[in-house]
Write a protein that binds this ligand. Structure first.
Ligand code: SAM
Length: 371
């Protein structure tokens, strides 16, 4: 049983105070953390709200109508998100992923995308701007997202069987509408769309081959994610994890596959392609083959806390810095110092059952800092 009240924020928005340091240095892209990792990716959660109640992410019994979602004034504004993104880009960040909650629920998101699309990386190229969505309102939004400058899209979909999908999203949302959203995105010109399927053993693992068959040859890259012990509300235990190795074995039996090289160092998915050249798939083995050693990601929560790890239980309060008249240089130094002190490697040392966590060491929920 999960407890009824699990605060989305562990500390009511009062995160740790980032250290600006006494001597300001010019921003650069070489800051390494204590494990030699460099900051390259930023995930920004634009809302803590979602219209799905996926049982493994925002279970209904916790996220009900009494749930204390953030008030609008607590959210970073588009201007604040843009400013922070510009600062991160001076520190070597090249890739921005907007997430949530359900990011398409944030009003006028395309306006934010237009603002972010104007920012360049250190090498002068535009930032790689992408978004993760449940696809539920993608049909309505796809054209505006594309026109605003969004480059790539990842859609989450946990199965093709309507009954199973509805059971997992827990709001009776039909598969057909998500598939239609993906079609709409393809129609307006999004290429190499990714579809992420979280595999929960005993719940949707028998959908693996059907999903592979459906997207094979469609231009969509299907990726299977091991069910993770994110947050403290999903009652995770190791028995619900189907190792990626097994996902690949099940698909191999039907459609021969061969491993292919990563696109870039630090890519979280291991890539495979169909031998008949009809496309590729990926597996993200966050539990059985951890990739903490090459993690280049930081996360900004909906209310401007910087998290260094998906499994963190503390964030750094950048919203207060943004709202207290600090200069870009001071904020950049605070980011560099925060990253330089990073030492987490949670996935390498996780226990086998997070449901035992007590309120003292709860991890932050994924819907608050994004996937
Ligand atoms: N609402 C958007 C969506 O559905 O993609 C973005 C936010 S959602 C938190 C991002 C991704 O995290 C989704 O693909 C979701 O399936 C995944 N996710 C959530 N909880 C997870 C868990 N416990 N293990 C693995 N993936 C999880």
């Amino acid at each position: 049983m999960v407890e009824k009240v699990i605060p989305i924020r562990l500390d009511e928005g009062k995160g740790l105070t980032p250290s600006i340091g006494a001597q300001l240095v010019t921003p650069h892209g070489h800051t390494k953390d204590t494990r030699g990792r460099t900051l390259r990716d930023l995930r920004i959660s634009v809302t803590d709200r979602c219209n799905f109640r996926c049982t493994y992410c925002m279970p209904k019994e916790v996220f009900d109508q009494n749930y204390p979602y953030l008030a609008h004034k607590e959210l970073l504004s588009f201007e604040e998100i843009t400013r922070l993104t510009s600062i991160f880009s001076t520190l070597g960040v090249e890739k921005i992923r907007l997430t949530g909650g359900e990011p398409l629920l944030r009003k006028n998101l395309e306006v934010l995308i237009e603002m972010l699309a104007k920012i360049s990386a250190l090498d002068g190229k535009p930032l790689d701007l992408t978004l993760t969505t449940n696809g539920s309102i993608l049909r309505k939004k796809a054209a505006a997202l594309k026109a605003a400058g969004l480059q790539r899209l990842t859609v989450s979909l946990d199965g093709l069987d309507d009954a199973i999908f509805k059971k997992m999203n827990d709001v009776d949302f039909p598969v057909a509408d998500v598939l239609d959203g993906i079609a709409a995105a393809q129609e307006v010109g999004f290429q190499n769309i990714k579809v992420n399927m979280v595999v929960k053993k005993g719940t949707n693992d028998h959908e693996i081959v059907a999903m592979a068959k459906h997207f094979k040859g469609s231009g969509v890259i299907l990726r299977f994610i091991e069910f993770m012990d994110v947050g403290s509300s999903n009652g995770w235990n190791m028995e619900q994890v189907l190792p990626s190795k097994e996902v690949i074995a099940r698909i191999q039996e039907v459609f021969p596959l061969e491993a292919i090289e990563a696109n870039y160092a630090g890519e979280v998915a291991q890539r495979w392609r169909y031998v008949d050249e009809s496309g590729e798939i990926g597996v993200i083995s966050s539990v059985t083959q951890t990739f903490c050693h090459e993690c280049s990601r930081a996360r900004i929560s909906t209310d401007g806390q910087m998290y260094l790890c998906l499994f963190a239980n503390e964030g750094f309060d950048f919203k207060t810095l943004l709202r207290s008249g600090k200069s870009d240089l001071e904020i950049a130094n605070a980011v560099m110092n925060t990253w330089a002190a990073r030492e987490d490697h949670y996935s390498e040392i996780r226990g086998s059952n997070t449901a035992k966590l007590t309120s003292g060491n709860r991890k932050v929920e994924m819907s608050y800092i994004g996937g």
